[in-house]
Structure formats: C-alpha cells, structure tokens
Design a protein around this ligand. Structure first.
Ligand code: HEM
Length: 436
C-alpha cells in the first residue's frame, strides 16, 4: 500500500495513513487482510518502537500504538476479546483511577455511550438508504432497522439528558430520532480525538452488516462495566474505616452503578435483532475472542465479593489472569466492607437499611443482566459451545445463579425471568430450561 510505504520513510505518528489502512481492513474484514499489508503494519510498529514519544506527539503515539495493537492481533497470534472490541483504542476509565476520577468517569461513560450508539445508528441508516457499500452481507429489512433505531435511542436518552441534551431528540419517528442523534453527536459531542477514536475502534472480522452492531453493543456494555468497576471500588473506599459520614457517598456510587446497568438493558433487545444466520457466519472468524475475557466484568464481580474457590479456579478467572491475581493478592471487596459496616455500632438502623437497600438494588440489576445475557445466548447459540472454551449456555445458566454478595440476603425477584425474556423476545422455554 503506497500510503503506508510513504509513511514508513518518515514515521511521524500524527501523519499515519489511518484512512487507507482502515479501508483495507473494512474491504475484506480483519480476518482476511492480505499478509503484505499486515507485514507493513508490523514494520510500522518496529519503526516506532525505539522512538520514545515526544511530549508533543505523545497522544498521537499512544493512539497509534493502541490501533496497531488491535490491528495486528491476528497476525501476532494474540487475538482476543479486548482486541476484537478495540478496548484499548476506546481508552476507558479504570478502577485504579481513584475516587477523584469517579465524577469524570460518569461523563466519559455517558459521552461514549451516546457516541457509540449514534455511530451504530449512522451506519444502520446509511445502509438502509443505500449510502454505503461497507459490510454488504445480509442487510436487515426496514422493520428491523426501525426497531434498532427505537432501542438504541432508548439507551442513549438518559445519558443524553445527563449531558444536558435531553430535549434534542424531538422527531416523531424512530428513524428520524436516530438521524437527529447522529447529527447532534457529529455537530456537538465529538471533539477531534473522540472522532478519531470512533473511526479507529471498528475493525469487524468479516463483512456482515450485523457485526457492526454487535461490536458497538459490546463496546457500549464495556463502557458501562468500566464505570461500574470504578464506582464499586470507590464505594469500598468510602466504607473503609466504617465512617457513617461516608455512607451517602458509598450508596451514591452504588446507585450510579445500578442505574447505568439498568439503563443498558435494552441493549440486549437491540442485540436480539441481530440475524442469527449472520451471527453464525461471522462467528467463524471470532474464535478465541469471548467476553469471558472481559476484565472489567470480572473485576466488578470480584470487587463485589471474593469469588468461591471453584469459580476462581475455573475458565471464568483463568480467562482474566490479571483479575485472578488481584483476587489472590486480597483486593478489598464491597461484601467485606459492607459486612464490617453492618456489624459496627456507629451505624444506625437507618444507615444499615440504606446500605442494605443499595447493595440489593445493585445485586438485582446484575442478576437481571446475567439472566438476560443467558436468554440471548440461548437464542443466538442454541446448543453450540461458546468461543471462550466453555460448553456455552449451560455455563451461563449456572453462573447466573452465583450470589453477588454474601453480607446481604438476595431474594431473586419473581418477575426477573419474565422481564428478561420480554427484553430479548425469547421463545417459550423448554421444560429442561425451566428447571436448569
Ligand atoms: C450474541 C450474543 C451473545 C452470545 C451468543 C453470548 C454467549 C456467551 C457465552 C457462550 C459465554 C460463555 C463463555 C464462552 O464460552 O464464550 C459468554 C460469556 C460472557 N459474555 Fe456473552 N454472549 C453474547 C453477548 C454478550 C454481550 C453483549 C456481552 C456484553 C459485554 C456479553 C458479555 C459476556 C460476559 C461478561 C461473559 C462472561 C460471563 C462469566 O464468565 O460469568 N455477552 N457469552
């Protein structure tokens, strides 16, 4: 590729030919990019390596490093879920950012949620109106596109409202609202860096239309998991030392976590519009990438309470070695902090009730997430195994019942199953599923 060869002669990170490179990836899908291009990209990475970034080009260099890391995952033989979903390119907040970063992380989560969903809809509308040739296989029909518009807008709305743009989607029809959302994001909610991140964070493995939505939905959930991990970690810090004065802050962080997870639930309904046949086709090329490798999801789970030994020794944590290590190193958990607070005489009965209600509220939303996830996996996979080396849905069926906390008694809501089935439009269940 001429653009890449020219760049190699003078490898300045800010001048990297992203449009030419992503065009090659998009033309055939990441799984099929010709070797010569990947070889040139690997050479680009080598050229960069010895050069420490200057202060002026540090941000360009970081983005290029992350992009190359994502683009070369299959070439290097280290393709996995974080690289499939371009998580490093998104640059999400982390649980280690500290309590002072929590407020900014909420804004980041809301902005990114709105940006990712607006881009998802931009692509759906462009394809429906014949304005793009990209990812041409198995276009959805008009009814499906309208449904996608309605559901993605539903998830974006509360985030938009918090960002101060609550009134802006006032069109009558879902497709018009979707167009308004992209117009708003394009005009007012994307700085130049965010625009670049949005463009570089989409490298489907194949050329199926629906893979675009699949990746954006995974990324949107990951954006929420990242905030959850930081919020829970901050709540643990608040409860440390059993100071009743920090209780409002702790319960506030838990309320944020519960709210954003609940607001994300229609993403599963959105994903349920994915054409099963389409999923089965591109899934052939995602082998080795499974969300069982989601670091933030396991971090959330293990920050809630120490996983039981059997779970810790299972593929669940073997797939996230970094989180496994944190657990072995004895990272503090909300369960322990809460247990200590509930037993401390400095906390009044009202304090205890408030804390218990917050814990149960968050546990309920995580349980509903697991149940809905299980239902969508049944719908999309049937009896096929997962890409993460588990047996698939039987694994998910068993892990959805793992208690989120031990220090408070969770009573599964009787309507969880009905509500989550409604979210993914599940087929009637078989007798064996009912008793699973
Ligand atoms: C087509 C839709 C989906 C299917 C068929 C599906 C299937 C599966 C399967 C079979 C597993 C077990 C591990 C494996 O063998 O791969 C799994 C795990 C997981 N999935 Fe999904 N999934 C879907 C959508 C999602 C979405 C949208 C998310 C959001 C990020 C997600 C997050 C997770 C997480 C966090 C795990 C690990 C759960 C655990 O270890 O307890 N999945 N999924």
């Amino acid at each position: 590729m001429k653009e890449l060869t020219d760049w190699l002669a003078d490898p300045v990170p800010g001048h990297f030919p992203y449009p030419a490179v992503t065009h090659e990836f998009h033309r055939v899908g990441k799984h099929f990019v010709p070797d010569e291009i990947l070889k040139s990209l690997a050479l680009a990475r080598e050229r960069l390596a010895p050069e420490a970034p200057t202060r002026a080009d540090a941000a360009d260099r970081l983005l290029l490093d992350r992009f190359l890391d994502t683009a070369l995952d299959k070439w290097d033989g280290r393709y996995d879920y974080p690289s499939y979903t371009s998580l490093s390119v998104l640059g999400l907040p982390t649980a280690d950012d500290g309590p002072e970063a929590a407020a900014a992380a909420r804004v980041t989560r809301d902005r990114l949620t709105v940006q990712l969903l607006a881009d998802l809809l931009r692509f759906e509308l462009a394809a429906a109106e014949g304005r793009t040739e990209w990812l041409p296989e198995m276009r959805p029909d008009a009814r499906m596109v309208e449904k996608r518009c309605r559901l993605a807008v539903r998830v974006a709305r509360p985030a938009l409202a918090r960002l101060g743009y609550g009134e802006r989607l006032d069109a009558a029809e879902p497709a018009q609202q979707a167009a308004q959302l992209w117009e708003l994001v394009d005009g007012e909610l994307l700085d130049p860096r965010e625009r670049q991140v949005l463009k570089l964070s989409m490298l489907p493995v194949y050329i199926s239309h629906d893979e675009h939505m699949f990746i954006r939905v995974l990324q949107t959930f990951e954006t929420t998991f990242a905030l959850l991990a930081l919020s829970i970690r901050t709540a643990i810090g608040d409860l440390d030392g059993a100071r009743p004065s920090s209780l409002p802050s702790a319960t506030g962080h838990l309320a944020v976590a519960e709210t954003v997870l609940a607001e994300s639930a229609p993403l599963f309904s959105l994903l349920a519009t994915m054409q099963v046949e389409s999923f089965r086709v591109f899934r052939d090329f995602t082998d080795g990438a499974s969300a069982i490798q989601s670091r933030n999801y396991k971090l959330v789970e293990s920050l809630c309470r120490v996983p039981d030994k059997e779970r810790l020794d299972s593929p669940a944590y073997r797939s996230t070695p970094e989180v496994h290590e944190r657990v072995l190193a004895g990272q503090p958990t909300l369960d322990d902090a809460c247990g200590a607070a509930l037993a401390d005489s400095r906390f009044s009965d009202a304090d205890r009730q408030l804390l218990t209600a917050s814990m149960l509220g968050f546990a309920g939303s995580l349980r509903r997430w697991r149940q809905t996830h299980y239902r969508i996996a049944v719908r999309m996979l049937g009896t096929r195994s997962g890409t993460g080396a588990t047996e698939g849905t039987p694994y998910l069926s068993s892990v959805r019942k793992i208690p989120v906390f031990r220090s408070v008694t969770e009573t599964p809501d009787t309507d969880t199953v009905a509500r989550t089935d409604a979210l993914v439009g599940a087929a009637p269940r078989t007798e064996s599923e009912e008793t699973a």
